[in-house]
Design a protein. Structure first.
Length: 422
């Protein structure tokens, strides 16, 4: 099986989007697929992880130029015109959303012509069995749609997240912007030979909204965890504190840690926190996160640890006393952060600030995790964390299940067999 795989996010970029694509190429290739990857050249991005390069298993890697904002920012930085890192991290999330909202479809639309050009060259040089596009950015699906039509190839569309059904924030500032995206989403879904979704909720909601026989052409491939990543982990540094509450990943859009800070402040005032408690945020963060920390009243308890390479982060994760998960209540039913599966695999207690009646909470409960509270409510966070702290004092620690069906190799083996039928 020969696959032309299109993804904006690929090593050395880091983060959950890159993990999903790297693991997909790795395991599909190990099962016999020959995969050529089209991705972007250097861009300014929050996360980089060169350790992922050793996992890349593509037959050919095709890097293209782009004129999207992140690519242009990187070019200006390389020319010495600006400090792109400071600009990127120092620009508010509100301003970024405004800029994104002004661009039709999404802010990577200017990558599309380069993908099409590279894809035409690739398709003329080789005979592919299908085109696989990883979304977002969803504009890359427009390029994939064109290539699939021109070369009469099946189109497989992988939704890592919601597109126009996302309710967290408006992705277009006008009805025209939103109408353009809706048109393309409906057209691409109609064309797709297979719709792959990262959660069952995304698949359910797309089938309900767009119909058109999608149920028979949809499958869920969870992000899961890669068991190989947890083998022979590097030796992590000592926690340097008595009790560590740890959060891994980005904080963006409507997600916030303010009410967790308020809950910790209340527990400290009641002298209910374990001695030498630290809240550690692992990752690279924007200016709003630092402002929230300064205003929290517990800034002395909070430590920001710059992004670690993936396996180093896992080693630290395995040492945490409590892990924090954060999903705002306005998120659609099927919103699952990628880290939830590695959290589950770690078997550490999880303070899950997630909607109680949506997919993330259902998954956690099925594995024995029930410290569930609303991100928007300091009182429910305090209650859940208090219960967790009491349980940790018990001589009989709680056990948590690791459901093997969510392991990445199993998920991707199912995908390989489905692709083989197209």
């Amino acid at each position: 099986m020969d696959i032309l795989y299109i993804s904006y996010f690929y090593p050395p970029l880091g983060g959950p989007a890159t993990f999903r694509n790297t693991k997909a190429v790795k395991y599909l290739s190990s099962l016999g697929a020959n995969i050529d990857v089209i991705t972007v050249r250097e861009i300014e991005y929050l996360l980089e992880d060169n350790s992922l390069l050793s996992e890349c298993r593509e037959r050919e890697l095709i890097r293209t130029a782009s004129l999207d904002p992140m690519a242009i920012t990187k070019k200006l930085s390389q020319s010495g015109a600006i400090n792109s890192r400071s600009l990127y991290l120092g620009t508010s999330e509100r301003m970024k959303r405004l800029i994104r909202g002004m661009i039709p479809v999404d802010d990577k639309i200017a990558w599309v012509p380069f993908v099409i050009a590279a894809g035409i060259t690739a398709c003329q040089a080789r005979s592919y069995d299908l085109i696989y596009v990883s979304c977002g950015p969803f504009s890359s699906a427009i390029a994939a749609s064109y290539l699939a039509s021109r070369f009469h190839l099946p189109l497989v569309v992988d939704y890592r997240d919601y597109w126009t059904l996302l309710s967290d924030y408006n992705q277009g500032i006008t009805k025209l912007h939103r109408g353009i995206s809706s048109y393309w989403e409906r057209r691409i879904l109609r064309q797709s030979a297979l719709l792959v979704t990262a959660t069952s909720g995304i698949g359910r909601d797309l089938c309900a909204a767009f119909g058109e026989g999608l149920e028979d052409r949809q499958m869920t491939v969870y992000n899961g965890w890669d068991e190989e990543d947890f083998q022979n982990l590097p030796t992590s540094s000592a926690k340097n504190c008595g009790f560590e509450i740890a959060y891994y990943g980005a904080i963006y859009a409507r997600r916030s840690m303010k009410n967790l800070y308020a809950a910790l402040l209340s527990l400290r005032q009641q002298e209910l926190l374990p001695p030498d408690t630290k809240l550690r945020l692992y990752g690279n963060y924007f200016v709003e996160t630092y402002a929230d920390i300064e205003a929290s009243g517990i800034s002395d308890l909070i430590e920001v640890v710059p992004q670690l390479q993936h396996r180093e982060a896992l080693a630290q994760m395995m040492q945490a006393d409590v892990l924090v998960l954060n999903i705002n209540s306005s998120s659609p039913y099927g919103t699952l952060t990628s880290k939830i599966f590695e959290y589950i695999r770690s078997q550490r207690p999880i303070l899950a600030m997630v909607p109680a009646a949506k997919e993330a909470a259902e998954l956690l409960r099925s594995c024995g995790h029930d410290y569930i509270c609303a991100m928007e409510s300091a009182s429910t966070i305090e209650a859940a964390l208090s219960r967790c702290l009491e349980d940790l004092k018990s001589p009989n620690p709680r056990s948590y299940q690791i459901p093997p069906e969510y392991e990445r190799s199993q998920q991707l083996t199912q995908l390989y067999h489905r692709l083989s039928t197209i």
